[in-house]
Design a binder for this molecule. Structure first.
Ligand code: UDX
Length: 434
């Protein structure tokens, strides 16, 4: 099949490369010439393990190419994906759909033959209807269907998530469009991946409901972690104890400094806005948004309290800046709340991250960025772990002790054992554990 993928962000690029790997012919389109030049030369503009090799292999084998103009690719395509950004609209938190609608206009101008137009971007309920009416207006006799096919991939594990998803969700009314989508995803059905066909609006809502539920689950365990601290219980054991209940499930029950990233913060907010618009409030999701925002800020107070009530004039070593490991993405990362709050309280911050420093430099000021974990600790009064990169999981404790001027570790991801750390002579503070 021939696929046109509009937008080469995380979702567009990963989906495009994976569809090419399934054997389809894919053209990825982006207006940014520099990005397209880079991709054509086999480079990848985002940090995603394995994506460069996947892109290079599929270019070499002639199934993947790139363009700044969508005309030719859309004209020839059986399926056109809209995978452009839907950022939070400044001021009101609604999803900004201007890129989606602009793409629909452009597709309408050039499509030929029966074309399935698929929204892969996360879009509020009813967006597919609007996309359909934009195209219909421009092409009253056009043969096309508008389908919703949300993407559930996680940054850092995107290729695996795309190729081995728990399910594929397709919101399509027309049987013909469903057949095209079934054919597109055929390699996954051979692995018995469930495909859930729904009405379009339902599919649009499934994506938001999934993200909101996961954000709520994390926020729930974060609040339980606070309670654990207050009553002297252990949140990791609580997570295990409840997660073994099949109805609850063990995943997304890791307490930490609050969720960040490109999806949960923006999508929970957009869902709350949709609910308000339809006068059907989602109080649990609203509370999740509030509790998570407050939590990120509260983490600085936790660090200050652990430092004896003040960080004024002290040097704090920070390990991990990105919103989670295996990405260079800094969007809504807890570090962006924690570090400025520490600085405001008088601390000097030295920081290391395996992939996020280039992005972090644009967003944080007066931080001394260093090239390795022990360099951050050199002469610091405390070590704070914000993101659980694998390389922080087995640090040399003797070297930490020799580097820090005070053996204090605040671990916001619970990657060390409290008893062992105490045994090593550290004052060790973690999340929700005695
Ligand atoms: C998320 C969804 O998982 C994915 O399905 C959707 O398509 C996009 O949004 P992503 O943002 O890449 O993916 O990361 P994810 O692994 O879900 O983590 C999101 C945030 O939650 C991170 O800040 C992470 O640190 C935090 N988190 C996750 C926790 O604090 N605890 C957990 O148990 C899990």
């Amino acid at each position: 099949m021939r696929v046109a993928m509009i937008g080469t962000g995380y979702v567009g690029l990963v989906s495009g490369a994976c569809f090419a790997d399934f054997g389809h012919h894919v053209t990825c389109i982006d207006k940014n010439q520099e990005k397209i030049d880079l991709l054509r030369s086999g480079g990848v503009p985002i940090y995603e393990p394995g994506l460069d090799l996947l892109v290079q292999r599929n270019i070499r084998e002639g199934r993947l190419d790139f363009a700044t103009d969508l005309t030719e690719a859309v004209r020839e395509a059986d399926v056109v994906f809209i995978a452009v950004g839907t950022p939070s609209r400044r001021g009101d938190g609604h999803a900004d759909l201007s890129y989606v609608y602009a793409a629909a206009e452009e597709i309408a101008g050039v499509m030929e033959g029966y074309t399935v137009v698929v929204t892969k971007s996360t879009v509020p309920v009813g967006t597919g209807d609007e996309v359909e009416s934009i195209i219909r207006k421009a092409r009253p006799d056009g043969a096309f269907a508008v389908v919703s096919n949300p993407e559930f991939l996680r940054e850092g594990a995107a290729i695996d998530d795309f190729k081995r998803p728990d399910r594929v969700v397709v919101g399509a009314q027309e049987p013909k469009a469903r057949d095209v989508m079934r054919e597109l995803y055929r390699p996954l059905f051979l692995n018995e991946t469930p495909i859930v066909f729904t009405e379009r609006r339902t599919s649009e809502l499934i994506k938001y409901a999934a993200n909101a539920f996961l954000a709520m689950k994390i926020t729930f365990i974060n609040e339980i972690a606070d309670l654990c601290e207050a009553v002297g219980a252990n949140v990791q054991e609580v997570s295990k104890g409840i997660g073994l209940d099949g109805r609850i499930g063990a995943k997304f029950l890791h307490a930490g400094p609050g969720y960040g990233g490109s999806c949960f913060p923006k999508d929970t907010l957009a869902l709350v806005k949709t609910a308000e618009l339809y006068d059907s409030p989602l109080r649990l999701v609203s509370a999740t948004v509030e509790v998570n925002a407050a939590r990120k800020k509260a983490m600085a107070d936790k660090i200050i309290a652990a430092s004896g009530g003040s960080v004024d004039g002290k040097t704090i070593a920070v390990l991990g800046l990105t919103f989670k490991p295996n990405t260079d993405d800094m969007r809504d990362a807890p570090s962006l709340d924690i570090i400025p709050a520490l600085q405001k309280a008088g601390a000097r911050v030295k920081a290391y991250d395996p992939a996020g420093i280039e992005e972090a430099e644009k967003l944080l000021s007066d931080v001394e960025f260093v090239t390795g974990p022990y360099l951050a600790m050199e002469g610091a009064d405390a070590l704070v772990i914000i993101t659980e990169w694998n390389e922080f999981r087995a640090l040399d404790t003797d070297r930490i002790k020799a580097s820090l001027s005070d053996p204090l570790i605040i671990d916001l991801r619970n990657i060390y054992d409290p008893a062992e750390m105490a045994g090593e002579g550290f004052r060790y503070v973690s999340v929700g554990r005695p």
